[in-house]
Design a protein around this ligand. Structure first.
Ligand SMILES: *Cc1c(COP(=O)(O)O)cnc(C)c1O
Length: 395
């Protein structure tokens, strides 16, 4: 039972979160995901906070593929893959992913969180070492926690520190360098050319979580390593179907066959969590087709991102990040960021303030994400609204 003492403990923690302006609220939308959505009683909000980079979340071809798959393959599998949860579709999607990404094999998970949750524990044990970028996604951090290998961290995108950690772990049996391809709060790319060169020199494996790149970065949307021309140097790719590739759910690990084969035998989220829904697997096959041949969609999202960055800069902001559709507007103070996001909502823009623990203390920001589905004129307008909301929030 919830004792008075326990109740008081949790109530005090909630009160502290509120008092520090760190409370996260959820706006319920009453429309499908898209460039414009209705939420919180407001209609036609310009949506600047979805991972819907290619605009596939409600794309007619995706909806049609998922609908047809419901009829052909049914709703769910009521099983994990190795019992009776594998349909032709799942095998087909794994093959398609591997061919598209230019790797030997791929394995599906219910989410990329699960993919990262199963990877490290399966491949690394006590004699091994994992060397992880300090800003890696929470799912990598949690996945690393589950394995018994020695854990080393290097400063975000700091190759000299990475080399120091590689040297410090030279006695390990297997070393694995783990990095996000794109750092989601900052919109910056990992230097995979530098990382793969170091890993080759030190005989270490490289794992890249490309969730914020797969489908819309690099030639044919193959991601960050392909963009930097070093796909060969990456042993393991993880990624999500929950962002650019339709935005429903599901994740994967792709890479060297021996690693994928072992993951299929031993990765706990694969063995003990349900098979991906057939409608998602079928629609994801279409998403890959759209992404692979989607030069127009890709150039639109990157053109839109450049335009939005330039417009924010004209309005006196210094948007962070590299040339990626994640455009963080750094504000520092969590309360200011929250007030500004509220002001933006009143002005017809859906953008979310991020504060601790999602970003470091004192580094609150409004993170914008540009989509191929956005109209350039709307992004120009949005930048002007940012300026107005900033002035309002500071007044
Ligand atoms: C979004 C994200 C995930 C989680 O993906 P899900 O499929 O939603 O679990 C994992 N890693 C990174 C880098 C992400 O951005």
């Amino acid at each position: 039972m919830l004792t008075d003492a326990a109740n008081a403990l949790y109530a005090a923690r909630l009160a502290e979160i509120k008092a520090n302006g760190l409370e996260k609220s959820e706006l319920a939308m009453s429309t499908a995901q898209g460039a414009r959505v209705d939420a919180a009683g407001r209609t036609g909000l310009l949506n600047l906070c979805a991972n819907n980079y290619l605009g596939l979340a409600n794309h007619p071809a995706m909806v049609a593929a998922a609908g047809a798959a419901l009829t052909r393959w049914g709703f769910g599998l009521s099983s994990v893959r190795f019992i009776c949860g594998t349909q032709d579709l799942h095998a087909q999607l794994e093959k398609r992913l591997a061919t598209w990404l230019g790797v030997e094999d791929a394995i599906l998970f219910s989410s990329c969180f699960d993919a990262n949750g199963g990877l490290f524990e399966t491949l690394l044990d006590e004699p091994d070492a994992v060397i992880s970028d300090q800003l890696n996604h929470a799912s990598i951090i949690d996945g690393v926690r589950l394995c018994k290998a020695r854990r080393l961290r290097y400063r975000n995108r700091d190759l000299a520190d990475l080399e120091a950690q590689l040297t410090a772990s030279a006695d390990a049996r297997v070393r694995l360098v783990a990095t996000d391809g794109v750092f989601s709060m900052d919109g910056t790319y990992a230097d995979l050319a530098g990382i793969t060169a170091l890993a080759r020199r030190h005989g270490a494996l490289v794992m890249v979580d490309d969730s914020h790149a797969v489908g819309f970065v690099g030639p044919a949307g193959r991601g960050t390593a392909a963009m930097q021309g070093v796909a060969e140097g990456v042993d393991l790719l993880t990624g999500t179907f929950g962002k650019a590739l339709g935005g429903a759910s599901g994740g994967y690990i792709a890479g060297r066959r021996v690693l994928i084969d072992l993951l299929r035998q031993r990765a706990r989220p694969y063995l003990f969590s349900n098979s991906l829904a057939p409608s998602i697997a079928a629609a994801t096959l279409v998403a890959i087709d759209l992404a692979e041949s989607g030069e127009d969609l890709r150039s639109r999202v990157h053109r839109n991102a450049a335009l939005f960055r330039a417009a924010l800069t004209r309005h006196g902001f210094t948007p962070g990040g590299d040339a990626h559709p994640i455009v963080p507007v750094l504000l520092g103070d969590a309360r200011l960021a929250k007030r500004m996001a509220e002001g933006l909502l009143r002005r017809g823009i859906y953008a979310v303030a991020f504060s601790f623990p999602v970003v470091p203390q004192g580094a609150a920001r409004i993170r914008c994400q540009v989509s191929a589905a956005h109209e350039p004129a709307d992004l120009e307008w949005a930048a002007a609204q940012f300026a107005a909301a900033r002035d309002e929030a500071r007044a």
